[in-house]
Design a binder for this molecule. Structure first.
Ligand SMILES: [Zn+2]
Length: 64
């Protein structure tokens, strides 16, 4: 199953159009970014934002 969704606020590096980039998530888990305006395509290798370690720290501090 392939999921597609638009990336809000994203600007295409190829045609500079905004809100035309779609994130395509394949069943394998690989992610591809595609521009519906110009056909620009790019794989998205581990560009996930680093998870904030704040939660872990807060749990550590919060001991009853
Ligand atoms: Zn484009």
């Amino acid at each position: 199953m392939v999921k597609k969704r638009f990336i809000a606020g994203a600007v295409c590096p190829s045609c500079s159009a905004s809100d035309t980039l779609m994130l395509i998530i394949e069943s394998k888990g690989s992610e591809t970014v595609e521009c519906v305006e110009c056909g620009y395509e790019a794989s998205e290798p581990e560009s996930k934002p680093a998870a904030p370690e704040l939660d872990e720290g807060m749990i550590g501090l919060f001991k009853p």
